[in-house]
Design a protein around this ligand. Structure first.
Ligand code: AP5
Length: 217
């Protein structure tokens, strides 16, 4: 099973993907996480991606497709895969089809998470992440026990550079211009698309997400 999680920044794709990946033992492929890891490891890819990410722009398609292709090659071909934040342009979606075809696979379904912009902006302003173990918190909705410290590993929490308000506005605009067209791309018959209303409690959103995935698998 190959599932794409589509939706604007801050809608909760990562939060939901982590929960489903745990319950179904599937591979969670987040291009945002892979790019941040490349930056931390100071690789050539990380250096090339940095200015795009800091400005809230998309990293060029070729770099992303090479990254995904390499990463997929290391995943057991029988394992379910959840793509989180990928594809983000029509060119990436077309490239993904080719990469999957080569592995005798295809996209089984797309889940579109939707929430009003006010909700997205509030969530991103409150997001705090642990660079050590990847745990994510929210100062408004789910703060850590001790402010600024990860409950899980004790690491120091950070506010992502691209979660600052000016960059968030640009990311929302980029989503509308370059990623939202994928909704009609998939609704046009490329793969079944389910919509999940994401401005509700994490558990309510998860129940609908899980049900949507079960219907299509
Ligand atoms: P990426 O890291 O993928 O960012 P994004 O898509 O903008 O998504 P986010 O991580 O901001 O949000 P999310 O939907 O995962 O929400 P989360 O679960 O964390 O990409 C970053 C950058 O990398 C891009 O701008 C681009 O430059 C580059 N990039 C990445 N992929 C690329 C690609 N394919 N092509 C080109 N460039 C690419 O939740 C957000 C907050 O809300 C958290 O604090 C969470 O705790 C909280 N929360 C979640 N759900 C709920 C809920 N139901 N109720 C209350 N709070 C909630």
């Amino acid at each position: 099973m190959v599932v794409i999680l589509l939706g604007p920044p801050g809608v909760g794709k990562g939060t939901q993907a982590l929960q489903l990946a745990e319950s179904l033992y599937c591979a969670h492929v987040s291009t945002g996480d892979l790019l941040r890891a490349a930056r931390r490891d100071r690789t050539q890819l990380g250096a090339r991606a940095q200015s795009f990410m800091d400005a809230g722009e998309l990293v060029p398609d070729k770099l992303i497709l090479d990254l995904v292709s390499e990463h997929l090659g290391a995943i057991d071909s029988h394992k379910h895969v959840l793509f989180d934040g990928f594809p983000r342009t029509t060119e990436q979606a077309v490239g993904l089809r080719t990469v999957l075809k080569d592995a005798d696979r295809s996209v089984d379904m797309v889940v579109l998470f939707e929430a009003p912009n006010e909700t997205l902006v509030k969530r991103l302003s409150g997001r705090r992440s642990c660079p050590d173990c990847g745990s994510v918190y929210n100062t408004h909705y789910g703060p850590p026990d001790l402010q600024g410290t990860c409950d899980r590993c004790g690491g120091g929490l950070v506010h992502r550079e691209d979660d600052k308000s000016e960059t968030v506005q640009r990311r929302l605009q980029v989503y509308q211009e370059q990623t939202a067209p994928l909704i009609s791309f998939y609704e046009g018959g490329k793969a079944p698309l389910a919509r999940v209303q994401a401005d509700r409690d994490v558990e309510e959103v998860y129940a609908d997400f899980q049900a949507a995935v079960e219907v299509h698998t």
